[in-house]
Every structure is written in C-alpha cells, then in structure tokens.
Design a protein around this ligand. Structure first.
Ligand SMILES: [Zn+2]
Length: 82
C-alpha cells in the first residue's frame, strides 16, 4: 500500500498491521472481499471511544482506493508511534 499518498503501513512485531494517516494510527478491523476496514482504537479516560475509520479497496490495477468514512477524531494525534 505504499503508493497511497499520505498513508504509511506499519507492521509491528506481533504481525499486526497498522496504517498511519495524518499522524493517526489505524488498526485493521476486518476484510470484505477487496475492501479492508481500518479504525482508530484510541480510548481516553472520560471520553467515548474514537469512531474515526476508513476503508481501502484494492483495484484491479493493483492500486488502492481510500474511502474516508469517518475522518474526524475526538482526540489529538499521538506524538509517538509504536
Ligand atoms: Zn481517533
């Protein structure tokens, strides 16, 4: 997915995959055919869980299309990742 602008793929040591998009990290939620769903799992004391999410769809030419379903976060981005 390196060719999606502004999105970076992070593979942690536990083999989970995360996406970095505009300083926010997203965890893989699930797949449906060619579409992968990603969501932010940030949860802060006193606040409801963040509902920010988007999905990526793999196209026939090997590229990915990004759908920003819910781009708004209810918290600031983290300064450190991983
Ligand atoms: Zn969030």
């Amino acid at each position: 997915m390196d060719f999606i602008p502004n999105i970076r793929v992070i593979r942690s040591q536990r083999k989970t995959i995360k996406l970095m998009f505009k300083k926010y990290a997203y965890s893989k939620s699930n797949n449906h055919e060619a579409t992968t769903y990603w969501h932010c799992r940030s949860r802060r004391n006193g606040n409801p869980a963040c509902k920010a999410r988007f999905s990526t769809k793999k196209l026939r030419n090997g590229r990915y299309k990004v759908y920003l379903t819910q781009p708004e976060h209810n918290h600031p981005p983290k300064k450190r990742h991983l």
